[in-house]
Design a protein around this ligand. Structure first.
Ligand SMILES: [Fe+2]
Length: 327
């Protein structure tokens, strides 16, 4: 019967191998490698069909199994289907039926393999797109920062330094992964609203009039508005940009938030922004030494700055003489 079945399948255009028992079939698979389709009887010497199926599927999960079954073995055939066989053929075997079941089993196997390939391919494609999206966002951020720096020479390098200070400080506070990434972006972008600030005010060497100060204060809200379409999915970054001039005592701008109402990331950027502003030359005053700047941060703890953030900043940069960091 096995020989005649093999001839039917060969006549159908497929190459065949024959084994007289489950053990022989396993040995054959081991030497020949995986095959697309196995037709196996349920009752066989040495190793019965169910045991063979279980073992072979464990080793070759992508092979399609079709079981041969007698009239009295329907329950066993169903058990085989549960174990992973794709189909069964009842004896007596009809030539037409064998061809149809073989074709169907191979088709099913192809579908499973194609589906898996598609899924794996899709996952890596999605990952690649995600990576590219992030990269183009970062490129966009750089473009904006360069635009601001072209307008305001004194902020050149400021955004990048603030970003690096903020990340190192946040690490001390236990930030990891995506939260650090938001802080890095927020640090780069915190002053982006100054693109809309008048240059004569931005570069004014003397003290500002109240009206001019009001105009400058607008950069926090304007920055958030400029970035909102691009960063709709990163609200943390938008909050940093909006709230980096808030003060712990509620005397900051634009919203006059108090203490813990100020987003934690904005409290970090507020500290490192102030430090960098103090330690670099500005249009309206010369720079202070880093040690003086740290003293000033400590003096303004509670009124301006979150004490925990100031402590974390000092832990992150305990060698003050190495500051400001060079880019
Ligand atoms: Fe600012």
């Amino acid at each position: 019967m096995r020989h005649s079945l093999a001839r039917v399948i060969q006549a159908h255009g497929l190459a065949t191998l024959e084994a007289s028992s489950g053990a022989e079939a396993l040995a054959m698979l081991e030497s020949q490698g995986e095959v697309p389709l196995v037709i196996s009887d349920i009752y066989m010497p040495e190793m019965d069909g169910v045991t063979f199926l279980r073992e072979a599927l464990r080793l070759y999960p992508d092979t399609a199994f079709v079981m041969l079954t007698g009239v009295a073995e329907v329950a066993t055939a169903v058990e085989c289907l549960k174990l992973g066989a794709l189909d069964y053929i009842s004896k007596p075997v009809l030539v037409e039926e064998v061809r149809a079941r073989v074709d169907k089993a191979l088709e099913k196997r192809d579908l499973v393999l194609q589906n898996r390939f598609y899924q794996q391919h899709l996952e890596s494609r999605v990952r690649e797109l995600d990576r590219r999206n992030k990269q183009s966002l970062i490129n966009g951020v750089q473009t904006l920062v360069h635009a601001l720096e072209a307008k305001d020479a004194y902020t050149s390098g400021h955004s990048t330094r603030v970003s690096r200070y903020a990340v190192k400080t946040a690490v001390q506070l236990g930030y990891t992964g995506e939260r650090l990434e938001f802080l890095r972006l927020g640090g780069e972008l915190h002053d982006i609203g100054k693109i809309g600030t008048r240059e004569d005010i931005l570069n004014k060497p003397g003290p500002l009039t109240p009206d001019e100060f009001e105009h400058i204060k607008g950069h926090a809200v304007l920055g958030e508005r400029i970035l909102a379409p691009a960063l709709a999915e990163s609200p943390t970054v938008l909050r940093i940009v909006r709230s980096h001039h808030e003060r712990m005592d509620g005397c900051g701008f634009p919203d006059g938030l108090v203490g813990a109402q100020i987003p934690a990331e904005a409290r970090i950027v507020a500290v490192v922004d102030a430090f960098d502003a103090m330690t670099t030359n500005r249009a309206y005053r010369p720079s202070r030494t880093p040690a003086d700047a740290v003293d000033e941060l400590r003096r303004c703890m509670k009124t301006h700055f979150d004490p925990e953030v100031v402590d974390a900043f000092q832990r992150a940069f305990n060698d003050v003489s190495a500051l400001p960091i060079s880019l």
